[in-house]
Write a protein that binds this ligand. Structure first.
Ligand code: LR7
Ligand code: MN
Length: 574
């Protein structure tokens, strides 16, 4: 019952559900005064219990003027902060603790002003006069967190206050999902008491990010709801282009471009509109990124125009509050993390809305390599969420996900209410969504075989933990386990042996996985069911297991060689 199997991709945390070592890793309570502020102190970073804390002051127009850090302070203009290599033992420990507790470099974050400046990532197109409607609706910004680092949380909130037109921010609703770090308690209230727009809600027990978001939504009053993760930085002009789309059509759900804040140096990297990606997913029900497809590029004159996206990453978006409610917000049966991003994406498209990425709007996010916080023990939370999602929204296509989890749906609770919601909304079918919104997605039903590829001689299966986003990773023999996962493959009609966007590829050396290119060549394979051989197109060699049974290799074809004989699950060439 390990969700780690299900999580792939460079955006997803490394989840170790039920793993003792990780559970013992529960964020150790940091003492802000001795622990969180060891870096060079910048005005505004230090939490203050006293009355004379530094707060923004009104200028004569009544606009808040944030304290501005010196230009050469660490991290200004989004520059990287690199720690010295000759750290003292104490400093080294502080840096390590920061990593352990947060899965990013908290020490470096603490050195950077919570009001730091960032580069302006917008195209000229975005700044043309009258680009946006004059009367934009205001938004509530909901930020949920579970044990977020102090400086990172504050920087998220300040980036909203410092870089949004005040009249467009109704409230910032912080939802504390039962954190247990001291700085998330009274200290947080004290700090934000100077900021009347900031409201703090406390979940009475650990809800997970989805129900925490629902708690926030119940307190929202503005016409638009904007969600952000608790480790973001909004850039200049981020908000207007989002609200503009909703003002024009309240069924448009909009996401900013998510820029990368480096987990080690906190450098802010932005991508210009030419490099914008859209969201997709694979049959493991994992979100992934793609280049803007050709059909979508043709729809635009300028690359800064809003782009249709089949899915959203999940954390950063704006939605009309009434439309969100009409869509039935989120499935409150989703726990901790995952699935809600695809749920909202599917139903937005299937139930009358559109989902767009707005290249004029940029928000940075700290991408982590693992999940630093505690999940639930004894349940595969992500699988449970994904099964609920598949049951309600995927129709017949749910079977492709179930193949990936070895047909083991587990106990996913009651979804009748969610099915009823879908019926009442009169939504389109999932087939409609795939045909019209995501025609690029490879459908396992379009393959001639799917499941394991087992070597007859050894009872070993082709196995790889890699994903389409990892280039050139090896494929290895591993005892067949019948659970799908890393041993699930499809033979496409075009002769690819693939899983999602990764294709078996042979260029004369190792047999590797490589992003599918669709032009046969090194990715073209032919299965001969009588001879049980898998013959490679461009080399005319046969796939085999090495004599030591430890490698997948290519050999001259020999019909007497048992090491070259394979059985493809569900093979049906008709
Ligand atoms: O139990 C929890 N309670 C919480 O309040 C677990 C998490 N949280 C908070 C947490 O503090 C954070 O602010 O929820 C937020 C998201 O958790 P992360 O940052 O650990 O997750 P992530 O950034 O890897 O997750 C992405 O996918 C999630 C799926 O459920 C959510 O949709 C996240 O919002 C989403 N993040 C983004 O879309 C940012 C871009 C990442 C990409 C791609
Ligand atoms: Mn996040």
């Amino acid at each position: 019952d390990d969700a780690a199997d299900a999580i792939v991709g460079n955006f997803a945390p490394d989840l170790n559900v039920g793993d003792e070592s990780v559970q013992n890793n529960v964020v150790v309570a940091a003492q802000p005064n001795e622990h969180v502020y060891r870096g060079k102190l910048i005005a505004g970073n230090k939490p203050s219990r006293s009355a004379n804390k530094k707060v923004p002051e009104d200028d004569d127009k009544g606009v808040l003027v944030p304290p501005s850090p010196p230009k050469d302070a660490p991290g200004e203009m989004g520059k990287p902060v690199v720690l010295p290599t000759n750290m003292t033992v104490e400093m080294k420990k502080a840096v390590d603790d920061g990593w352990t507790n947060n899965a990013f470099n908290q020490y470096v974050s603490d050195m950077i002003s919570v009001h730091r400046t960032l580069p302006d990532p917008r195209d000229a197109w975005c700044k043309e006069p009258n680009r946006y409607l004059e009367n934009l609706p205001a938004t509530d910004v909901i930020i949920c967190f579970h044990n977020e680092a102090w400086s990172v949380l504050l920087r998220t909130v300040h980036s909203v206050l410092d870089r949004s037109p005040p009249h467009l921010i109704n409230e910032i609703i912080l939802v504390d999902d039962f954190s247990d770090m001291p700085h998330t308690k009274q200290q947080l209230e004290d700090y934000f008491s100077a900021y009347p727009k900031v409201k703090i809600l406390r979940a009475p027990s650990r809800e997970g990010l989805i129900r925490a978001r629902l708690l926030g939504a119940r307190h929202a009053t503005a016409p638009v709801i904007t969600y952000l993760d608790s480790h973001c930085e909004c850039t200049e002009g981020w908000l207007e282009p989002l609200l503009d789309r909703i003002a024009r059509n309240s069924t448009t759900v909009v996401c900013p471009v998510i820029d990368v804040i480096d987990d080690t140096t906190l450098e802010f990297h932005y991508r210009d509109s030419g490099g914008v990606n859209v969201g997709g997913f694979d049959w493991n029900l994992q979100f992934n990124w793609h280049a803007v497809p050709e059909r979508e590029r043709k729809r635009h004159k300028n690359s800064a125009e809003p782009v249709y996206s089949p899915t959203m990453a999940g954390g950063l978006f704006s939605i009309d509050r009434k439309f969100f409610e009409r869509l039935g917000t989120y499935d409150s049966g989703f726990d901790i993390w995952g699935g809600e991003n695809l749920e909202l994406s599917f139903k937005t498209w299937m139930c009358g809305g559109t989902l767009e990425i707005i290249p004029c709007s940029h928000v940075g996010h700290i991408f982590r390599k693992r999940s630093p916080y505690k999940w639930r023990s004894g349940v595969n939370v992500l699988k449970k969420n994904s099964v609920r999602l598949a049951e309600v929204w995927l129709d017949d296509y749910a079977k492709y996900y179930y193949q990936r989890i070895g047909q083991d749906k587990g106990d996913y609770g009651d979804v009748s209410g969610r099915k009823e919601l879908r019926r009442n909304l009169g939504c389109q079918s999932f087939k409609w969504y795939l045909d019209n919104v995501y025609p690029e997605l490879f459908i396992p039903g379009d393959s001639v075989a799917n499941g394991e590829i087992a070597n007859i001689y050894t009872d070993m299966c082709l196995d790889s933990a890699a994903t389409g986003s990892e280039v050139q990773s090896a494929v290895e023999p591993y005892p067949c386990h019948g659970q799908g996962g890393n041993q699930y493959w499809m033979l496409s009609k075009g002769g690819e042996i693939r899983r999602d966007e990764a294709c078996l590829d042979y260029a004369g050396n190792d047999v590797v996985l490589y992003p599918c290119h669709g032009s046969k060549g090194n990715q073209f394979w032919k299965y001969n069911q009588q001879k049980r051989q898998i013959r490679h197109g461009s080399s005319d060699k046969c796939l085999a297991i090495s004599e030591k049974k430890d490698k997948v290799v290519m050999e001259e074809c020999d019909s007497n060689q048992l090491r070259q004989q394979w059985k493809l699950e569900n093979y049906d060439p008709s």
